[in-house]
Design a protein around this ligand. Structure first.
Ligand SMILES: Cc1cc2nc3c(=O)[nH]c(=O)nc-3n(C[C@H](O)[C@H](O)[C@H](O)COP(=O)(O)OP(=O)(O)OC[C@H]3O[C@@H](n4cnc5c(N)ncnc54)[C@H](O)[C@@H]3O)c2cc1C
Length: 479
C-alpha cells in the first residue's frame, strides 16, 4: 500500500512540536514515547501499520480547536481517531502525523425524551448511547457489531450501519446535528435537535466523510422508543444461492423485517465451534428478525416462514423465548471473532442489489478456488451489504497480496452488478486505489474540491479515500 513519504522537517522537529502540544493540553493529554504511540499504529485493519509522531487526547471542543490551531500553524497532518475499530484503515496514521483521539470525550450533554434526542460528546461508544436511555424505554438504532467499542465519532465519519439498519437506516438517518472543528480551529455547528435543518445540508456531507473535512466533537442523535417485542426465525438451506433467492423474495414481498442476516457454511462451522449457538450443519443460514406487538410479530413471521418454505429449507426455527432469541443471535454476533480464531482475515464491505445475491455468492465461490484462499460470508443480506471474510496467513509470503487481489475482484464485481465499493466500512486506505472503478475522474474531482474548501492544506487524515496520484495536484495546492 503506497503511503506519502513522511515530512523530515516534522520528524526532526518532534521535540519542539511535542512541547507545543504539551503546553496546549498538559502532559497528561499527549502521548509521544514510541513504546506508547505503538498502540495507535493501526486500527482493526491490522495488515497496515505505522506509529504516529504523537497522540493527543483532548477533553472538549475547545481543546480540540486549540490542538488543531497548533497543527495548522505547523503544517502537521492530523488523523482523527475514535476507538480504532475501522476495518478500512481509516484511522491508520502516517509517521509525521498527530493522532487526535476523542476517547476522553464521552459525556452525555443533554437528553430530551419529549423531543426524542440525546446530545453526546463524540467519543462516547455506540452501545453506551443506548444504555444511557434504556431505562426510559428508548434506544439508539444504528448497531454496528463493534458497538461495544466503536465511538459515535467513527460511526459518523464512516456512516456506519449494523444488523438492524434494514428497518431504521444507517447513521445518517439517525443523526440530527453535530459540532465540528475545522483544521484551522474554527468551530462550526451543523443541524440541531430538529428534523430538517435550513441552509445547505452540510450534515449529510460530513456524515460519511471519513475524517477528511473536520474533527467531530459532539453529536445530537435521534433516539426511538423501544419496540414492544422482537422475535427472530432461523432458516437453514442447503445452498447459498437458494438462501440468496429467499432473501430476495422476502424483500420483494413488501414485509420489512428489522434484520436479515446471512451466514455461509465456513462461518456457520467456525461459529458453532466458537460459540455453540446450536446452528444446524448446512450450507447457508438466515436470521430474520421482526418486531412489534405480539400480533404484528406473528403475522410477519407467518408471511416470512411461508416464503422460506417455498425454498425447501433444511431448518426453520422460530424463536419462542428470550433465551432462544439470544442464542440465535449469539452465533451471528460471534462470527467475526470465530473466523479470527481460524486465521487472519480481511473483511470486505461491498453492496449489491439484493436480487444479485445468488449470482455474486456463486462468483465469490469460484474466485475463492481461483485465488486459493478460503472465504466465509456473513453479512446484512436484507440491504445487500456483503461482508466476505477472506482468510489468509499474514506470516506466509505473498498471502496478503493474493488476499488484496481477491478482495479487489470481489469489489469490482459488486460495482459491475450495480452495487458499490462500500456499504458501511468506508473507503479508508483499503479501497482507496479502487475508487476509479466506481467514480469517473470528474466525480473524484468534485469530491476533492469539497475537501479543498474545508481543508485547503489537505492536512486532515492523509492518504485516505482518494488515490495518491489523483489527489497529488490538490495536496500540492495546484488544482
Ligand atoms: C468486529 C468488528 C465488527 C464491525 N461491525 C461493523 C458493522 O456491523 N457495521 C459497521 O458499519 N461497521 C462495523 N465495523 C467497523 C467499525 O467498527 C466502524 O467503521 C466504526 O464506525 C468505527 O468507529 P471507531 O470509533 O472505531 O472509528 P475509528 O476506527 O477510530 O475511525 C474511523 C474513521 O473515522 C474517522 N474519525 C474518527 N473520529 C473522528 C472525529 N472525531 N472526527 C472526524 N473523523 C473521525 C477516522 O479518521 C477514520 O477515518 C466493525 C469493526 C469490527 C472490528
Amino acid at each position: 500500500m503506497d503511503m506519502p513519504v513522511p515530512d523530515t522537517r516534522i520528524l526532526s522537529g518532534k521535540d519542539r512540536i511535542v512541547a507545543r502540544l504539551v503546553a496546549t493540553l498538559g502532559a497528561g493529554g499527549v502521548i509521544h514515547d514510541p513504546a506508547e504511540t505503538r498502540a495507535y499504529e493501526c486500527d482493526a485493519l491490522t495488515a497496515y501499520k505505522c506509529p504516529p509522531l504523537a497522540v493527543v487526547l483532548p477533553r472538549s471542543t475547545d481543546e480540540v480547536a486549540d490542538v488543531l490551531r497548533v497543527c495548522h500553524e505547523e503544517d502537521i497532518p492530523v488523523v482523527p481517531r475514535g476507538a480504532g475499530t475501522s476495518l478500512a484503515g481509516g484511522a491508520l496514521p502516517t509517521a509525521d502525523a498527530v493522532i487526535l483521539g476523542v476517547a476522553r470525550m464521552s459525556d452525555v450533554l443533554e437528553t430530551d425524551y419529549d423531543n426524542r434526542f440525546i446530545r453526546v460528546q463524540a467519543g462516547r461508544t455506540n452501545l453506551s448511547v443506548s444504555t444511557a436511555v434504556e431505562e426510559a424505554g428508548f434506544f439508539y438504532a444504528p448497531d454496528p457489531s463493534s458497538q461495544l467499542a466503536c465511538a459515535i465519532a467513527g460511526n459518523i465519519a464512516m456512516n456506519s450501519g449494523g444488523a438492524h439498519c434494514l428497518k431504521y437506516g444507517v447513521t445518517t438517518n439517525n443523526l440530527l446535528g453535530l459540532t465540528m472543528v475545522l483544521m484551522d480551529g474554527t468551530v462550526v455547528e451543523l443541524g440541531g435537535p430538529y428534523l430538517e435543518p435550513a441552509g445547505l445540508d452540510l450534515l449529510g456531507l460530513v456524515c460519511g466523510s471519513e475524517g477528511q473535512l473536520g474533527v467531530v466533537t459532539e453529536a445530537t442523535l435521534r433516539i426511538l422508543p423501544r419496540p414492544e417485542g422482537a422475535r427472530p426465525v432461523l432458516i437453514g438451506f442447503d445452498s447459498n444461492e437458494v438462501a440468496g433467492a429467499c432473501v430476495s423474495d422476502i424483500i420483494k414481498a413488501g414485509v420489512l423485517p428489522v434484520a436479515i442476516e446471512f451466514m455461509d457454511r465456513p462461518c456457520i462451522r467456525a461459529t458453532e465451534a466458537f460459540a455453540g449457538a446450536g446452528y444446524p450443519d448446512c450450507e447457508a443460514l438466515l436470521i430474520v428478525e421482526v418486531e412489534g406487538s405480539a400480533e404484528e410479530i406473528d403475522a410477519q413471521l407467518e408471511l416470512i416462514c411461508g416464503i422460506a418454505r417455498r425454498h425447501d429449507p433444511v431448518e426453520l426455527r422460530e424463536s419462542r423465548s428470550e433465551e432462544e432469541s439470544a442464542r440465535i443471535w449469539l452465533g451471528r454476533k460471534s462470527a467475526f471473532g470465530a473466523m479470527g480464531q481460524i486465521n487472519d482475515y480481511m473483511c470486505l464491505d461491498g453492496t449489491i442489489p439484493v436480487s444479485q445475491l445468488p449470482h455474486v455468492l456463486k462468483r465469490i465461490g469460484e474466485m475463492s478456488e481461483h485465488f486459493g484462499l478460503a472465504v466465509g460470508n456473513v453479512f446484512h443480506a436484507g440491504d445487500g451489504n456483503m461482508h466476505p471474510l477472506i482468510l489468509f496467513d499474514a506470516n506466509r509470503p505473498g498471502d496478503l497480496e493474493t488476499c488484496e487481489a481477491f478482495g479487489a475482484e470481489i469489489l469490482k464485481l459488486c460495482v459491475e452488478v450495480g452495487g458499490c465499493l462500500t456499504g458501511e466500512h468506508g473507503v479508508g486506505i483499503e479501497k482507496r486505489d479502487l475508487m476509479g472503478v466506481q467514480f469517473s475522474a470528474a466525480d473524484m474531482k468534485a469530491q476533492m474540491r469539497v475537501k479543498d474548501v474545508f481543508d485547503p492544506k489537505w492536512l486532515l487524515n492523509p492518504a485516505k479515500v482518494f488515490p495518491l496520484d489523483v489527489s497529488a495536484p490538490h495536496r500540492a495546492g495546484a488544482a
